[in-house]
Ligand binder design. Sequence first.
Ligand code: DHB
Length: 306
Amino acid sequence: MVTSRLSVSIAGLQLENPTMLASGILGYSAETLGSIAAGGAGADITKSIGLKPRVGYANPTVVQANCGLINAMGLPNPGIDEFVEEIHEAKRLLSVPLIVSVYGFSAEEYEKIVKKAVEAGADAVELNVSCPHVKETGSEIGQNPKVLSEVVRKVRCTAKKPVFVKLSPNVTSICEVAEAAVEAGADALTAINTVKAMAIDAETMMPVLGNKVGGLSGPAIKPIALRCIYEIYERVKVPIIGCGGVTSWQDAVEYFLAGASAVQVGTAIATEGPTVFRTITRGTDVYLKTKGFASVREIVGLSHRR
Ligand code: DHB
């Protein structure tokens, strides 16, 4: 069920509903991206793709925490040259926009990958400048406003499609980073990536993850994400895409009220299945109707009124 109450435009990208598959979850094959769209997602975001293939870290790469997951996969991916085939296939299959997540080890790398992804048919790109544990990329870029600006500026010059920038919560001031990204040309901001975390096994007396340190996702980080969105909304004008622990329509509504124009769902797919998107959009639609709103756009940032 789709109503115009739920349709949104994010930096020119038209979505039938304001939910998206978060990057990193099931995002390599055209088939799995198709099954997420069939579950009701308004857009799909791929797993992060680099210039060259990467194997990733040794197992274990995921561990369950209270109210969430800690993962450290190490950015495994086939590399952009191989992945363009998957983009072509996904574009043939999907009726929702396809956003390709990109990571690089320099501004030039980000630029090259984005160019290839857009030429292959990506409707937008999301810059992963916030992976919490792979050296010389991810948050090592996104924690430094100067380096981040250079990456965003280069990509914005080349990309003929909207550029989203996914921010790290692992910083002193997320607003400072958000403002740097927007000044450099970001069309939208995704807030937030995972929170740096770890697990230790009392029996083996050792860290659980192969990489020792990983990123926490799921309901455990929802209040952190909500605070980040609320703060960023007061400082920048571009759309914010909320991400982090969205599991129910109530979570999504809280994100809209904080200032998000859309939400991404990741970890909840593991607990609720791919139809979680439809459950969230239906619940949001009933909420809007009951409260007398004609569009989800009317409640974006509403909690900021004085
Ligand atoms: C990985 C984990 C992340 O949280 C992220 O943002 C990007 C990549 C990973 O381990 O592959």
